[in-house]
Design a protein around this ligand. Sequence first.
Ligand code: AMP
Ligand code: GLY
Length: 423
Amino acid sequence: MKLLVIGGGGREHALVWKLAQSKRVSKIYCAPGNAGIAELAECVAIVATDVAKLLAFALEKQIDFTVVGPEAPLCAGVVDAFEAKGLKIFGPRKAGARLEGSKVFCKQLFLKAGVPTGLAEIFSDPAAAKAYVRKVGAPIVVKADGLAAGKGVIVAQSVAEAEAGIVDIMEKRVFGDAGAQVVIEECLTGNEASVMAVTDGKTYRILAAAQDHKRIFDGDKGPNTGGMGTYSPTPMVTSALDGALDDIFTRTLAGLRAEGIEYRGVLYAGIMLTKQGPKLLEYNCRFGDPETQVVLPRMDFDLLDVLEACADGRLDRFQLNWKKDAAVCVVMAAPGYPGDYPKGQPIDGLKDAAALANVCVFHAGTKRSPGGQVLTDGGRVLGVTALGADLPAAVAQAYRAVEKIRFAGAQYRRDIAARALAR
Ligand code: AMP
Ligand code: GLY
């Protein structure tokens, strides 16, 4: 089979790496890919959001199956466009991708379907939003409705901070039309976990849970990022939560069906483990990044079989088996990230790191110079991932690999999985 993977980050490197292990795969293309992906797939210079070009490419190359990494092409309707031409593709259609593309749609679905979630109100008038914030007080969470590159959520510690957030989002429109509406939500406390499921719209299978580290600095300090490291399994998500998680995914799929949406793809639930039980913060309509980098290496099954079964509506025939091993991913980022950062710094030591046992260095933001040197090309540069017999072994091996890799100003957290190890 000829595959096309859309995207060019660490998640897509992990997807390509795992899909390449399937016996049925003869060739993988990746658009646009990166320097690491280029070792396993043929990279094509089409940006992930250019649906028309992606479609033309898939038709020309007679691609048998396409896997979509990021949310932007899903929200732009890449699945609808491919299906209209009879091409098989993994991911939700545009209507389903609204679960991530509109926080208002998502929240309304939670409320209608009885999915446990924080109390919230929806506003399209900034004055009314501010009045509500003054009435209920802080801490409080302000969320822009639409996609805002991961920056549209403000966990405000004071009423003034929440009001400033409303001004930025709704009046100054710093995220454009994404700020036409806001969701104002109670602030939940507890540990956060990422629980992904794959679904064909009727059946779902929950993937091994993972924990992300969103803040840039050790000890969960500093600004939010796309994710600075992950590990799986997590001691926070025990089998005692199975019933609650089943209830969440069952209600979500029923709620989507009630809207006339047959959702095929990944449901990535961002969950807060509160004292009252798990509550949904949000859904993403795609695999997590860098959650994918630790979940895929633990899969003891053929990922292509399962993703294809989702697209074909026959997931009920599959049970997913997992390796006992633990996986840890340490993200190495460019200096200055998540703010402005330089690009084009040479990266050394990649071969030495990859030569270590049970280590995979997934590339996130990299490119190759004309002379063949791997250069930094993004904020998150690498996801250095290791498997181990248990979490301490995986942590130790991941950091052994990190220490082999050098680029100017590289920053990474030293405490990935530390809280789990301390338990
Ligand atoms: P989201 O983009 O919805 O994932 O939100 C980004 C981050 O904001 C989440 O990962 C949480 O850390 C935080 N967050 C979102 N909603 C809440 C809430 N109701 N209470 C506390 N923190 C929240
Ligand atoms: N790791 C967070 C995300 O993928 O959204």
